[in-house]
Design a protein around this ligand. Structure first.
Ligand code: NAD
Length: 439
């Protein structure tokens, strides 16, 4: 199959590389020329484990290339994947479909032979039907079909998720589209990974409903964690005890500083907005959004309490600013709410993050950046663990305490426990969902 991917971001690039690895001929295009130039020089514009090696392998095999020339790239394509961004629209939180519509009509205008449009971007229910009209209007002569193929990969484990998915969801109408998609995903089908064919509307809904459900699990456990802090009980035990129930499952029950990232915040907002358009109140999702905002604010209070009521002139070392480990993505990360609040309250901020510097240093321009945790913590009044990078999981706690001014730790990912931290020279420790004795 000859495939064209429009949008070489987290999803487009990973999909393009993995489809090439399946054996297809893939061209990735992006409107950002600097991204394409970098890719053509073998540079990866994002951090994603394993991506560089797989990309190089498939470029070398002649199956993968990058271009900014849509007209040339679409000439031979059997199918075009749309993998451009669908950010939150300012004002109402609906999905901004400008890039999707633009990409589809640009491709439609230039396509000369029969082609299948496949939407990989996350788009609200009804969008693919609108896209059909947009494509037909842009090029009334074009013979085309449309399919909805939402993506479920997670940043940080994107290659593995793409190559070994829990399921592939495909919304289609005609048999021909189904045949092409089946051919594209044949390597997965042969290995018994489930491929579920549905209507366009069901496929679109599955994506939003899945993300909203996962966001609900996280917010639920964060609320239970807040209750444990008041009442006693350890949220880690509570999560474990709940997760052992097969109906609940143990995943997405880790209490923390609130969910962030490129998907959950915008997709939950868009789902609520879609509900409003159709006069259905998405009450649960609405509460999840509010609960998540409160969780982030609760973290700020926690840090201030641990600092004795004020962080003014306090030196705080933040460990991790990306929304989760193994990515450089900062979109909607809890750090974007927590760090500005601490700065506003007069704290001095130092940061250590293995991959967050490139973007984070532009956002937190007054912060000091370090590669080494112990150098960063020198003379600090507190360390705050915000993202659970592996590098922060086995810190030498006594060494850390010894270089700090006031050794206090806010462990917002529950990596450590109070006894261990205090017995290594810390004077104060707080975590999530565990009643602290030492504040
Ligand atoms: P991204 O911002 O990383 O990448 C989007 C790319 O599209 C950018 O490089 C941009 O320059 C390019 N682009 C925009 N308009 C274009 C056009 N007309 N022609 C060519 N290129 C164009 O976004 P992403 O994180 O890859 O997300 C893409 C979609 O996938 C979104 O709808 C998102 O919700 C969904 N998704 C993302 C993830 C994730 O973990 N990032 C997971 C599943 C689904």
């Amino acid at each position: 199959m000859k495939l064209l991917i429009i949008g070489a971001g987290y999803v487009g690039l990973v999909s393009g590389v993995c489809f090439a690895d399946f054996g297809h001929d893939v061209i990735c295009i992006d409107s950002d020329k600097s991204k394409i130039n970098k890719l053509n020089q073998g540079e990866i514009p994002i951090y994603e484990p394993g991506l560089q090696a797989l990309l190089q392998k498939n470029v070398a095999a002649g199956r993968l290339s990058f271009s900014d020339n849509l007209s040339e790239a679409i000439a031979d394509a059997d199918a075009v994947f749309i993998a451009v961004g669908t950010p939150s629209r300012r004002g109402d939180g609906a999905a901004d479909l400008t890039y999707v519509m633009q990409a589809a009509s640009e491709a439609a205008l230039l396509a000369k032979k029969r082609i299948l449009f496949i939407t990989k971007s996350t788009v609200p229910v009804g969008t693919n039907r609108k896209l059909k009209e947009v494509i037909a209007k842009a090029n009334p002569e074009l013979d085309f079909e449309i399919a909805s193929n939402p993506e479920f990969l997670r940043e940080g484990s994107a290659i593995e998720d793409f190559q070994k998915p829990d399921r592939v969801i495909v919304g289609v109408e005609g048999q021909r589209a189904k045949k092409i998609i089946s051919e594209i995903y044949r390597p997965l089908y042969l290995r018994d990974f489930p491929i579920l064919f549905t209507s366009l509307e069901s496929a679109e809904t599955i994506k939003y409903a899945s993300n909203a459900f996962l966001a609900t699990k996280i917010s639920f456990i964060n609320e239970v964690a807040a209750l444990c802090e008041r009442t006693g009980g350890d949220i880690k035990d509570v999560s474990k005890g709940m997760g052992l129930d097969g109906r609940i499952g143990k995943k997405f029950l880790h209490a923390g500083p609130g969910y962030g990232g490129s998907c959950f915040p915008k997709d939950t907002s868009a789902l609520v907005e879609t509900g409003q358009i159709h006069q259905i109140d998405m009450l649960i999702t609405q509460s999840v959004i509010e609960s998540n905002e409160r969780t982030k604010l609760r973290m700020i209070d926690k840090i201030i309490d641990l600092a004795g009521g004020s962080v003014e002139k306090k030196i705080i070392t933040i460990l991790g600013i990306t929304f989760k480990p193994n990515t450089d993505d900062m979109r909607d990360a809890p750090s974007l709410v927590i760090i500005p609040a601490l700065l506003k309250s007069g704290a001095k901020i130092k940061v250590v993050d293995p991959k967050g510097y490139k973007e984070g240093s532009l956002i937190f321009s007054s912060a000091e950046w370090y590669e080494d945790v112990y150098k960063a913590a020198q003379d600090s009044d507190m360390v705050v663990i915000l993202t659970e990078w592996n590098e922060f999981r086995a810190l030498n706690l006594s060494k850390l305490a010894s270089v700090m001014n006031i050794p206090a730790m806010a462990d917002l990912r529950n990596i450590y426990n109070e006894e261990k931290v205090l017995s290594n020279g810390f004077s104060a420790y707080d975590s999530i969902g565990r009643k602290s004795k030492a504040i």
